[in-house]
Design a protein around this ligand. Structure first.
Ligand code: ADP
Ligand code: MG
Length: 345
């Protein structure tokens, strides 16, 4: 599909958390674009800064640096009162609907609340809107009077989606919206999100560590490592032809549905833990765990120089000094020292 002009353009975004006298830069110079009416998938290991990006984009957090251009206006530095007219247009769905929904409220109250806060319509119009939203997300109208805790996980996430849609947003930021759900329910929620995008023209920033889900829902993808984006581009090209050794490692750790392929494939095992964002490695942030650097016998450049963005042949960008050498070294293409057959990761 052709990619539209961006609705959201995030440039050089940095977010710091301060605890006592330590400051952690959880997000450090991130660039992202969410195309109009399409989906940007954001992937990366736990702790790499995905939720922090999400919260900054909807301005639940104030960024330390950078711009968040939404439909042409920079939201990064706006005050709470300046943000108010923009808030309805940017909504967020969280991973765990149980903790994001108030258990003392009924489904109807939960979905209606944003309409009441923003004074949309009279009581009768709001009731009608709640019923429309429930239809849209596949919740039977009889559930209107139920309490959140009386619903299944999948139903709770549908309520959270209905609430997020109440004010007719343009952008929905979904932070691991299916990770807390049973596998059988995950597919239903992904299908619902895709249907809603098609019918309502929504743009999504879709955060997930499930690469299968990202492949299904996203048009573009950005891969994060330790507070940075290391590779981004069209989702099929990035996932089928990764150009960054970290993306290749993430893909190799993801389960493959076909059991024969699963048993036969080689995996890249990343050594060591993710370094702390409080003290990130010099040069390329990934160099301390990089299997490609090990294969290339440890070039000094990786440890001294932060790689600038390079163009990917299939579109998008990659930050690796040796991206051009990657395809000679990915397991499957050739055997290599860090690949093990069917090993656990
Ligand atoms: P992800 O969503 O990718 O798992 P997060 O954005 O939640 O990552 O976290 C990124 C980094 O910021 C982690 O090192 C995490 O420990 C740290 N962090 C997240 N939230 C806070 C907070 N409120 N205070 C201090 N550090 C935080
Ligand atoms: Mg998170």
């Amino acid at each position: 599909m052709s990619v539209n002009a961006p609705l959201l353009r995030v440039s050089d975004l940095s977010v710091e958390y301060t605890r006592g006298d330590t400051t952690v830069r959880a997000v450090d110079g991130v660039d992202l674009e969410v195309p109009k009416g399409a989906t940007l998938g954001l992937v990366g290991e736990s702790g790499c800064g995905k939720s922090t990006v999400a919260k900054a984009v909807v301005r639940l957090l104030r960024p330390t640096r950078g711009s968040i251009e939404f439909d042409g206006q920079d939201l990064a530095t706006l005050s709470e009162s300046q943000l108010r007219p923009h808030r309805p247009r940017l909504q967020m769905i969280f991973q765990d609907p149980q903790s994001s929904l108030d258990p003392r409220m009924t489904v109807r109250e939960i979905v209606e609340e944003p309409l009441a806060i923003h004074r949309r319509g009279n009581r009768a119009q709001r009731s009608e809107r709640v019923r429309d939203l429930m239809d849209r997300v596949g919740l039977p109208r009889r559930m209107e009077r139920r309490y959140g805790f009386q619903l299944s996980g999948g139903q709770q996430q549908r309520v959270a989606i209905a609430r997020a849609l109440a004010l007719s947003p343009d952008l929905v930021v979904a932070d691991e919206p299916t990770s807390a759900l049973d596998v059988s329910i995950q597919a239903q929620i992904l299908t619902l999100l895709a249907d809603l995008q098609r019918d309502l023209g929504l743009s999504y920033l879709f955060i997930s560590h499930d690469l299968g889900a990202v492949r299904q829902l996203a048009h573009e993808v950005a891969v994060m490592y330790l507070g940075r984006v290391c590779e981004s581009g069209p989702v099929r090209d990035v996932l089928d032809h990764p150009r960054h050794p970290y993306t290749a490692a993430l893909l190799s750790a993801a389960p493959v549905p076909d059991p024969d392929t699963e048993a036969a494939r080689e995996r890249i095992v990343l050594r060591g833990d993710v370094p702390s964002p409080a003290n990130p490695p010099s040069g390329c942030r990934f160099h301390t765990r990089c299997w490609l650097r090990a294969e290339l016998r440890g070039p000094e450049l990786c440890a001294t120089t932060d790689p600038a963005a390079g163009e990917r042949p299939g579109g998008g960008r990659v930050h690796c000094h040796f991206a051009a050498q990657l395809h000679d070294h990915v397991p499957g293409a050739r055997s290599h020292a860090h690949a093990v057959q069917g090993g656990d990761t």
